[in-house]
Design a protein around this ligand. Structure first.
Ligand code: AR6
Length: 185
């Protein structure tokens, strides 16, 4: 499913972030930018040792910030690493989560990239309930797409069917409210 306005689209799919051929993919990173579990583990495994070598000298990343590296052996040319809030610990969680999506897009804009794929940040090991995170992710990305220059295509890649359905429901509601067109896949 895609929602579009002014040739800018937010697409929602079920899939694996490591397999996306967008200009950049976003990593749900830890503060050390080290290989870990979930998305970070999958990205580092697929990208290869060169990614950790590039990440190590970057000095880590704070919650709500984003850093960019090459894509190494991923299909995407770049990886944007952002550290989401740990639910129940990092506050204000909603603002920090929105900031992760916005800061990631700033790194993409600095490189004049056109397409970026995101996982559902913070909703795995960091414990953010999808019911609460989905409206933040969708609204933040739609608002960002109204202001970006180079980025015109954003893909939200959800790992499970329930996560896809939760985000799709929110996206349809926001599309109706903000006058975006819904294109069923
Ligand atoms: N593609 C797309 N989504 C995925 C994939 C994948 N290959 N694998 C998992 N997900 P998480 P976080 C979903 O835990 O909550 C790591 O250990 C998953 O189902 O990757 O931000 C890091 O090192 C969930 O919905 O990220 C950090 O320490 C979502 O992606 C910490 O976890 C995010 O899950 C970051 O935690």
């Amino acid at each position: 499913m895609r929602i579009c306005r002014n040739q800018r689209c937010l697409e929602l799919i079920r899939g694996d972030i490591t397999r996306q051929g967008t200009d950049a993919v976003v990593n749900a990173a830890n503060k050390a930018l080290a290989p870990g579990g979930g998305v970070a583990g999958a990205i580092h495994r697929m990208a290869g040792e060169g990614l950790w070598q590039e990440c190590r000298p970057l000095g880590g990343c704070d919650t709500g910030e984003a850093k960019i590296t090459g894509g190494h052996q991923l299909p995407a040319a770049y990886i944007i690493h952002t550290v989401g809030p740990v639910y129940g610990e990092d506050e204000p969680a909603d603002e920090l989560l929105a900031q992760c999506y916005r800061e990631s897009l700033k790194r993409a804009e600095e490189r004049s990239l056109a397409s970026v794929a995101f996982p559902a940040l913070s909703t795995g090991a960091f414990g953010y309930p999808v019911k609460e995170s989905a409206p933040i992710a969708v609204a933040t990305l739609m608002e960002a797409l109204e202001q970006t220059e180079s980025v015109t295509q954003i893909r939200l890649v959800l790992f499970g069917q329930r996560d896809l359905e939760a985000h799709t429901q929110v996206a349809k509601g926001e599309a109706a409210r903000r006058g975006w067109q819904v294109q069923e896949a």
